[in-house]
Write a protein that binds this ligand. Structure first.
Ligand code: DP6
Length: 339
């Protein structure tokens, strides 16, 4: 162990989340302010663990993801840590290691859990002890969906109106324990997506003739989802969630050039989910900026859903999850090698 590894270290865990009412589009790219609100569920089986130690001997931040240096990710991490240096008035750099227990950049929300974990660890290491809504605001600067992973269970991200973004933050809607839904993820491609969400959103806003319609309709979908969640009305949540996912993808397809995140297995999984629901199983689908299909279901339906999706040609792996908690953090006397 070298000397720098022996410094106190904050170790945070944040879990991935998937939106049921989708975020797609920004009102301000520099502050990463969304053009639409969104509603998500936080999962317990997909997580990022981030360790962060302040080290006065460093002349710049050092970031490793899964044991490897990544220049592009490092720039985003350092930009966020600059905020913590400014807030704490401490010009000190950090050693940061991060590891996901799932593939990065394949539409499984790694930026969401990644930035939520980073902000939570930095908050502790810099001694700020910010309230969760402030951590949500800071996580949003890293990635819009990360603002939601600060919280567990059912979460709403607000579009906000302010130009400084102080109101573009997430808040918890309902605890996971009050409606313990399950998720079966059908993974058909583990590679990094060709067009990331950030670039895809910008292209869509600039070129789709339907963008204004998407933004204008979002309050209706948010209201329908809020009601469905409060009333634990699965059918209503299924309707609005599938509509939001398909509308987001239809919108992305209408960009020029069109964005196509589905593969053949994606489409087949969507049909299977609808067949299952027609046969009486409580399940619906959602899909993000990648080909993986996330089937959200009541616990009693999850075995039948897993069996049906495992059978779809092109599905390589299933990941099953319940709903999870918000980001949390502990302090340890030294850094560990990431798991
Ligand atoms: C399709 O949060 O990854 O998953 O703010 O540019 O980092 P940036 O985008 P990101 O986009 C998520 C898009 C989505 C839908 C969602 O999670 O709401």
């Amino acid at each position: 162990m070298n000397e720098s590894e022996a410094r106190p270290c904050a170790r945070a865990t944040a879990r991935a989340n998937f939106a049921l009412v989708k975020y797609w589009g920004k009102r301000d790219a520099a502050l990463n302010l969304p053009d639409v609100g969104s509603i998500s569920i936080t999962l317990d089986a997909l997580w990022t663990e981030t360790q962060l130690a302040l080290d006065p001997s460093l002349e710049r931040d050092r970031f490793e993801l899964s044991g490897r240096h990544d220049a592009r990710a490092s720039a985003r991490v350092s930009a966020l840590l600059d905020r913590f240096r400014a807030l704490s008035r401490r010009q000190v750099f950090a050693r940061v290691t991060s590891a996901n227990n799932f593939p990065t950049g394949a539409g499984l929300a790694s930026s969401a859990s990644g930035f939520a974990a980073l902000v939570t660890a930095a908050d502790r290491a810099f001694g700020l002890d910010l309230p969760p809504e402030r951590r949500s605001e800071l996580a949003r600067l890293g990635s819009g969906s990360a603002a939601r992973s600060i919280f567990g269970g059912f979460v709403e991200m607000h579009r906000g109106e302010r130009v400084d973004g102080r109101d573009a933050i997430a808040e918890p809607l309902m605890d996971a324990a009050r409606w313990p839904l399950q998720v079966v993820i059908a993974v058909s491609d583990r590679s990094q997506k060709a067009v990331g969400s950030t670039e895809g959103m910008v292209r869509t806003a600039e070129t789709s003739p339907f963008y204004a319609g998407w933004v204008g309709n979002q309050p209706n979908d948010l209201e329908a989802a809020r009601r469905a969640i409060q009333g634990r009305d699965f059918e209503a949540l299924a309707r609005v969630s599938e509509a939001s996912a398909l509308t987001m993808h239809g919108l992305a397809m209408s960009a020029r050039p069109g964005l196509l995140y589905f593969n053949a297995a994606t489409v087949e999984c969507l049909h299977r989910v609808r067949q299952l629901r027609a046969a009486g199983h409580a399940v619906f689908f959602t899909v993000d900026a990648g080909p993986q299909v996330k089937a959200v279901c009541l616990p009693e339906a999850s075995d039948a859903v897993a069996e049906a999706l495992a059978d779809v040609p092109g599905v390589r792996e299933l990941v099953r999850s319940g709903l999870g908690a918000g980001a949390d953090c502990g302090v340890f006397d030294r850094m560990d090698r990431p798991a």
